[in-house]
Design a protein around this ligand. Structure first.
Ligand SMILES: *[C@@H]1O[C@H](CO)[C@@H](O)[C@H](O)[C@H]1NC(C)=O
Ligand SMILES: *[C@@H]1O[C@H](CO)[C@@H](O)[C@H](O)[C@H]1NC(C)=O
Ligand SMILES: *[C@@H]1O[C@H](CO)[C@@H](O)[C@H](O)[C@H]1NC(C)=O
Ligand SMILES: *[C@@H]1O[C@H](CO)[C@@H](O)[C@H](O)[C@H]1NC(C)=O
Ligand SMILES: *[C@@H]1O[C@H](CO)[C@@H](O)[C@H](O)[C@H]1NC(C)=O
Ligand SMILES: *[C@@H]1O[C@H](CO)[C@@H](O)[C@H](O)[C@H]1NC(C)=O
Length: 649
């Protein structure tokens, strides 16, 4: 037995090193290797030892023009990403790219408060949670556009328009897939929230003229152009997109502030408050039409319209116990001090900021090259990315729906991108040959035997209203949001047995099959190389324990698998239950792919964005009223209203 094993051992090394060579051959164009992105530990994350997370993170260039000519002192344009690999295997492998909005807000919002695997624990560390989307799907969180979160851009190259951001997105993806080619084969989804309601349709479908420079703000005739993701030569299996409480269509969403306020008794019909709201809404729509005809596009926002939200709920700003309080625009059940009005929320933000400023955390996350400390939402990016000449994504979504399913979901307690406006935009939109949802039946949906929301699908568009959830749905109801995404992606519930698979859920009459917990027969005899479940359990045990004994088991499995493969004379490599680089992970030393903050980076940092001192002042800007646009999309910091361009006012 032993000798058979040891003689097989050398054999086994052959395919192993073969895998290593093919998977890890350094990309020819000078990109870092996949290993260099491997995050060996997350400081102060109290993980369940039975389910360690596998994470890769770092920077990749997104500069469509990047050439070797760039002076070595130039700050590059790079996006920052965190890959959290699927913890369990469902019926197939899938990958979701997650984007937060703003513009200028970091996707660490999604990672640390919404759909990610952990939350801050209130004492400086992190606690692992259930309900994250990484349970059955690999999730890639991306900080974009350049300059957002840990991503990098010199201040003279901040982006302004969605076509620019789309170009950067594609360039980033090209590099991403060069480093991580395995994801190119997986079913791929885009998801995000808020202003990602603009990014996602653009990144998925926007017709990017190949010959047009990224600096040309107004794209040329889309019909002569190539698609961003769907038609790009990347040939991605983009299977769907999901937008949570998205900003998609100002024409429907600006009037929704008053409609929502009426419906939810935030304002009384025909009161003076109502009249004030009606007046500003009417003037906004006139302004909107004017802007639309001047620019020949659907505006994403207009100067006047940006004051509608604030005006409609102005009367909610009142002194209470000596503090000026106002409605939390992301969750109408809550209030906040003025003028933050929600920007202090969620309360986790403070600890997240503290955590992401720790040098050991920045090192562990391979973010040391970021030229400024992490900020949830960077005002200077928000200001620069004004999208004034970009057609709102509502003009793109119908074309997207010809190609892929799109899910719009909305937490019903959000005000800023509320469900009333999203319902209006859905009913006003014409797609796949018809206007609105048509005669389809809205279904009830429950998760864990509690009403979760309503669900309706028509001609590739799914609209989900989520009960008792804020702007950040996953923050309030992580298990509900996870069930929603699994259903949208068409995960075969019969094929999953662990973790959230045991949470009951039903959509209309479609009940999720919940596996029965088997309590007897606790020690089933393991039969080598048998069922998928057994193999999977073995692999999981390997990752978890990493003990020598288990390594031997793995090697035995590999040998068996290899011999089996040889005996079958198959053309393909052994079908390992998990991807190949996993084998390597345990041997990867803690590396940082990025250099430290160089002096020239410090010199190059944005003069108008002195985050170093500003961010520590917190979010409130004493005495000053919010600039409306920040209210619209920001979930946080805005250190530089004074630097916003005059065009935006
Ligand atoms: C890209 O290259 C074009 C053509 O050389 C140039 O005009 C433009 O400024 C460059 N864009 C960026 C973002 O560097
Ligand atoms: C914006 O989209 C609309 C609808 O597709 C189109 O008619 C219009 O020409 C577009 N405007 C620009 C500037 O691309
Ligand atoms: C919906 O999307 C699929 C691809 O998922 C596509 O084949 C189909 O044409 C689309 N349109 C309609 C009306 O369903
Ligand atoms: C599901 O509901 C049960 C009973 O109310 C509760 O104990 C459990 O924590 C819930 N599970 C989740 C994941 O919310
Ligand atoms: C959750 O939402 C439902 C539907 O809107 C409502 O009936 C229920 O009272 C809400 N539950 C809580 C705890 O707010
Ligand atoms: C779902 O998974 C079950 C169990 O693996 C399998 O029997 C069934 O055929 C699958 N259904 C589909 C639609 O693939």
């Amino acid at each position: 037995m032993i000798s058979a094993l040891s003689s097989g051992f050398l054999w086994a090394l052959l395919p192993l090193s073969f895998f290593a060579a093919t998977t890890y051959a350094a990309p020819t164009d000078g990109l870092p290797s996949a290993q260099s992105f491997y995050v060996s530990h997350i400081p102060d994350l109290h993980q369940d030892p039975d389910r360690p997370l596998r994470i890769y993170a770092g920077h990749l260039s997104s500069d469509p023009n990047a050439t070797a000519v760039a002076a070595p002192t130039d700050l590059p344009q790079q996006l920052y990403f965190v890959i959290v690999k699927a913890r369990r295997t469902a019926d197939k492998e899938r990958v979701i790219f997650w984007l937060n909005g703003g513009p200028g807000c970091s996707s660490f919002d999604g990672l640390m408060m919404e759909v990610g695997p952990w939350r801050v624990d209130g004492s400086g560390g992190l606690r692992a949670i259930e309900g994250g989307w990484e349970e059955y799907t690999t999730v890639v969180y991306v900080d974009q556009p350049v300059g957002t979160g840990f991503s990098i851009s010199p201040s003279n190259k901040y982006l302004h328009e969605l076509p620019d951001a789309s170009r950067h997105w594609l360039q980033f993806l090209e590099n991403f897939y060069t480093v991580f080619p395995e994801y190119k084969e997986m079913d791929t989804y885009l998801a995000g929230e808020s202003f990602a309601g603009q990014y996602i349709p653009y990144f998925g479908q926007y017709l990017l003229p190949a010959a047009v420079s990224p600096n040309v703000l107004v794209p040329s005739d889309p019909s002569t152009a190539a698609n961003a993701m769907l038609d790009s030569n990347l040939n991605l299996p983009l299977n769907g997109a999901a937008i949570g409480n998205g900003w998609i269509d100002g024409r429907s969403q600006y009037p929704s502030f008053l409609e929502y306020a009426l419906k939810h008794q935030l304002v009384e019909a025909n009161s003076d408050d109502y009249k004030r709201g009606k007046d500003i809404t009417d003037r906004c729509m006139t302004d909107f039409d004017k802007e639309a005809s001047t620019l020949d596009l659907e505006p994403i926002h207009t100067g006047l319209c940006e004051s509608v939200l604030q005006t409609v709920i102005e009367h909610k700003t009142q002194f209470n116990k000596g503090k000026l309080m106002c409605l939390n625009m992301y969750d109408v059940r809550l209030d906040d001090v003025a003028p933050a009005c929600g920007m202090n929320w969620p309360p986790d933000l403070k600890d997240i900021g503290t955590y992401l400023h720790r040098p050991d955390v920045v090192r562990a996350l391979h973010a040391t090259a970021a030229p400024v400390p992490w900020t949830e939402c960077r005002g200077v990016i928000h200001t620069n990315f004004n999208t004034r000449h970009s057609n709102s994504s509502i003009t793109i979504i119908p074309r997207m729906l010809e190609r892929i399913p799109l899910m719009l979901f909305a937490g019903d307690q959000d005000f800023i991108c509320n469900y009333v406006g999203i319902e209006t935009l859905v009913q006003s939109m014409t797609w796949n040959g018809e206007k609105g949802l048509g005669t389809v039946q809205t279904q009830t949906w429950s998760v864990n035997n509690t009403a979760a929301g309503t669900w309706v699908t028509s001609r590739n568009l799914t609209y989900v209203k989520i009960f008792n959830a804020s702007h950040m749905v996953g923050y309030d109801v992580p298990h509900v949001s996870h069930d929603m995404m699994l259903r949208f992606m068409g995960v075969n519930f019969s094929a999953i047995t662990e973790g959230s698979a045991r949470i009951p859920s039903s959509l209309g009459s479609d009940n999720k099959p919940v596996p029965i917990l088997v309590t007897e027969d606790p020690t089933p005899t393991p039969v080598p190389g048998k069922t998928k479940e057994q193999n999977k359990a073995m692999w999981e045990a390997y990752y978890n324990a990493g003990s020598a004994a288990l390594v031997l088991v793995i090697i035995a499995v590999l040998i068996a698998g290899f011999l089996f493969w040889r005996s079958r004379q198959k053309q393909h490599a052994v079908g390992l239950p998990l991807s190949r680089e996993d084998i390597q992970e345990e041997n990867i030393p803690l590396t940082s792919s990025n250099g430290n903050l160089d002096d020239h980076h410090r010199e190059d940092r944005d003069d108008d964005d002195d985050d170093g001192s500003r961010m520590r002042k917190g979010k409130g800007r004493a005495g000053s009223a919010l600039t409306p646009h920040e209210e619209i999309f920001g979930v946080g910091d805005d250190e530089d209203e004074d630097s916003r361009s005059p065009a935006r006012q």
